[in-house]
Ligand binder design. Structure first.
Ligand SMILES: Cc1cc2nc3c(=O)[nH]c(=O)nc-3n(C[C@H](O)[C@H](O)[C@H](O)COP(=O)(O)OP(=O)(O)OC[C@H]3O[C@@H](n4cnc5c(N)ncnc54)[C@H](O)[C@@H]3O)c2cc1C
Length: 339
């Protein structure tokens, strides 16, 4: 690890001022389960850490009224076992409960989870950077250095949203569920507050894969808001991985249904593990609207969810896997009792 300064302000405003005073090289830190990891790998090299965990009143969970509101410092584990979330939005609870391990979920925050960086093997490989003899080039880690995954061993890489510069998968589970439910984040910066759909927080890699999030330096995510909707109780987060716990998704689907009997009034579907950002499957949603949900229509919708998917040499299996994951998720969600 490289040396860094450390401060722990007790208000969001003080954190923003500390960030501005520190200048380039400043980073916020919350649970630290992602950032410290990347610092030890010498991929992240912050010179100034601004620990946000002492900020008062930023870890609440509100479930009354017409929305759910999770403040950014709420631990993943606390949201995952919240009674209302478990009952009315199992897709949210499951996306958290199926992520990482219990110990990590106790430390990790729902805000920090949104901003974790990719688990792409080539991004994380080694220390020191290409210029210092790093084995694998990575445009996300070192812009312009190339991408070893393209044309290389790409089993874990994205089949949706990739570019000629980057095929790294967006790793989080929670953002996938949030995107399916049209959630947005509340953001505080020096210019004041703003809100942004979670879907728009994530940039496609294009030619600038190192620019991953639509935040300006110094902005803090203060809360995540989920508008309440008819689709909620009949929902699930279905995650397929190499082992059944403590692993990132090979393919996952967040599904929430609003049904009239067997007929789908509205389906909300998002994919994880297969795309460079949490991926809303609008073609699959359109495919299902007004239709009876059967195994057959679920499989057709699953295929529609992968519209435009393009595989490399070793990740073609993800296209079929993700389609079936969507289909299975639809059938699981439909079996749940509506409100
Ligand atoms: C072994 C292992 C397995 C894992 N498995 C999974 C998994 O299966 N699924 C999954 O989804 N995740 C998984 N994770 C990732 C884990 O969920 C994240 O590390 C965690 O959610 C990050 O939250 P944090 O509070 O610790 O963030 P930190 O590490 O503190 O911060 C992460 C990033 O967010 C920024 N940040 C944090 N809070 C804010 C804020 N409020 N405003 C602005 N910026 C902020 C930081 O500057 C940093 O860049 C795993 C992690 C590990 C180590």
């Amino acid at each position: 690890m490289r040396p860094f300064t450390y401060v722990r302000p007790d208000s969001a405003q003080a954190a923003i001022e500390a960030f501005a005073a520190a200048g380039p090289g400043a980073r916020y830190i919350a649970g630290g389960t992602s950032l410290y990891d990347l610092m030890k790998l010498d991929i992240e090299r912050p010179e100034h850490l601004i620990d946000v965990t002492a900020i008062r009143g930023l870890d609440g969970i509100e479930t009354d009224g017409d929305r759910l509101r999770f403040e950014a410092l709420a631990p993943m584990s606390a949201v995952a076992i919240n009674r209302v979330v478990l009952r009315d939005y199992p897709v949210l609870a499951e996306s958290l409960a199926k992520a990482a391990s219990q110990q990590l979920r106790n430390m990790a925050t729902v805000g920090g989870n949104l901003l974790q960086r990719t688990r792409c093997l080539y991004f994380r490989n080694g220390a020191g950077g290409v210029s210092a003899g790093m084995t694998y080039p990575c445009n996300k880690r070192e812009p312009g250095s190339g991408c070893a995954a393209i044309g290389g061993l790409d089993r874990g890489q994205a089949v949706l949203g990739q570019s000629r510069s980057c095929t790294a998968v967006s790793p989080g589970d929670w953002p996938v569920a949030l995107v399916a439910l049209d959630a947005y984040v509340e953001i505080l910066g020096r210019q004041g507050t703003r809100s942004l759909p979670v879907a728009d927080l994530y940039r496609l890699p294009g030619g600038t894969p190192h620019l991953e999030f639509a935040l300006t330096p110094g902005e803090i995510i203060t809360a995540i808001v989920v508008p309440k909707a008819a689709a909620g109780r009949q929902s699930t987060y279905h995650k397929i991985r190499d082992r059944e716990s403590y692993a990132f998704a090979l393919a996952s689907a967040a599904v929430a249904l609003d049904m009239a009997g067997d007929t789908v009034r509205q389906a909300r579907i998002a994919l994880g593990g297969v795309a460079t950002r949490p991926w809303r499957a609008v073609a699959a949603e359109a495919q299902l609207a007004g239709k009876q949900l059967t195994r057959e229509t679920a499989i057709i919708a699953g295929r529609a969810a992968l519209t435009g998917a393009k595989a490399g040499d070793h990740n073609g299996f993800k296209i079929e896997l993700a389609a079936r994951t969507v289909a299975d998720a639809l059938m699981i969600a439909a079996q749940r009792k509506p409100a």
